[in-house]
Design a protein around this ligand. Sequence first.
Ligand code: MG
Length: 253
Amino acid sequence: MKIARLRIPEGTVYASIREDGYHIILGDIFSEWGELSEPYEGEYTLLPPVSPSKVVCLGANYKKHAEELSLDVLPEPTIFLKPPSSVIASGEDILYPASATKVDYESELAVIIGKRARNVKESEALSYVLGYTAANDVTERNMQKKDGQWTRAKSFDTFCPLGSYMETDLDPSDVEIVGKRNGAVVQCGRTRDLINSVEKSIVFISGIMTLEAGDVILTGTPAGIGELSVGDLFEVEIDGALMLTNRVVREEV
Ligand code: MG
C-alpha cells in the first residue's frame, strides 16, 4: 500500500493513498494503526514520508556508477550520512547553494526502517523494513572530490529529497530506478545490479549503529549521474511510479 505523511491544520498525520484520496491513519504507523473510512477533504501540505533520525547512504553501490566516478569498489560497503536537515518533500525546491560550483543529481531507491534494528541477520533484514520510496542524493561534486570526505558535499539543506509516499508492497530485489532531468531520462538502473543488496546493507549498517524506526537508507545511484542547473526539474520514478519531483532554485543569501 501507499502511505504519505501530511501536515493538516490539526497536526502531522500519516495517510494511506486510495483511489478516492488520502485516508487519515490513526495510531502508530510503526506499530498498531487503522485508517478512517472516509477520504480526507481538508487542507494539507505534503511532507517527506518520514522524519528520520538519520539518513545512511551507500556509496559506489553500482559497478557502472563506481566506474564513472573512478571510485574503487571495496570489499566492504562504503557508507556515509546525510543530516535530517537535508530532507525535503517532493514538490519542495532544491536550493542551489551560493558556495556551490557543481551540483549533481543521484536517483536512488530509499529504504524506510520500520522498527529498531541492531545486528540484524540477513535472513531477517527485510522484516525491519516498513516501505520504500524514491530519493535524490544531491551532491556538490567538486566539494566531494576536494574535501577528502563527503560530509559537506552531501549535507546542504534540501540535498535529500524523499518521495511523495512510501510503498510498503515492494520486492526490492529487482526494482527499476529512473531519473529524469527536464523530462529526459538520464538514469535508468535496476536494483538487481546493486553490489550490496538491501538485505546486506541493513546487516552492515545495523552492525555499526542502531537503526531507529523512520530512519532511511539510500541504496546508491546507478550510472548516469550528471549536473543540475538552476531552473531544472528533476524527477525520480521507482518501477514506473513517479514518486519524486523537485525544482532547482538558487539559494538566496
Ligand atoms: Mg548516492
